[in-house]
Design a protein around this ligand. Sequence first.
Ligand SMILES: O=C(O)COP(=O)(O)O
Ligand SMILES: [Mg+2]
Length: 236
Amino acid sequence: MSTRFAQNGARCGWPQAVLFDLDGTLIDSVPDLAAAVNEVLAAEGREPLPREDVRAMVGHGVRKLVERAFAARRMPLDGEALDRMTGRMMTAYGNRLTADTTLLPGAEALLAAYARVGVKIGVVTNKPEAFAREILDHFGLGPSVDVVVGGDSGPARKPAPDMLRHAMEEIGLGADRAVMVGDSAADIDAARAVPMASIAVRGGYTTVPVDELGADIVIDKLGGVPQAIERLKEPA
Ligand SMILES: O=C(O)COP(=O)(O)O
Ligand SMILES: [Mg+2]
């Protein structure tokens, strides 16, 4: 992070806030998402999906994941049937939010470092807010995070800009004071629509090649965020 922060701890300068996507950016949740969706598929007599397939289905919320999973097992769902299966998925996944989910390397240190110097931290995820909070608390990240906006918090989900704007309203700063860090098109498209600076981290759940997402900077690892932010120009 900026030496300006490191040296004097002041809350001036840029950025004053960093917004993080959750799944594929701070955590690897696919093992639990896959186990839960396979439980719901099994109850309908459907074959399980490999984790790699589920990985490509994450990022647009629980309902979208259920829709994609059933479509992949030749059982397209919509309307009430999709509502019902989404309800089952909420129960199945809610029962194992952190059974096999892991923090991605560098997540803990990064959030703690920003929190220490007074940079506001937001988590902006398409997964339900309560699930996100439970996961963050499980990994001890809750106290470092100033605002959590989930797919059911009210604002339209990413790739719409609304959740990012809402997070900045809660934080009390303009979008030009923040950077969005994410793994997929939903995150980077949302940031561009705000508009807000963005960093894409490789290795997440994107189906679009990371270099084609249109982020201001692409980095290999979460630990590279502070250096990437140094390279981003502070908005006028
Ligand atoms: O699709 C989801 O449930 C969440 O995905 P996100 O945390 O990457 O926004
Ligand atoms: Mg993600």
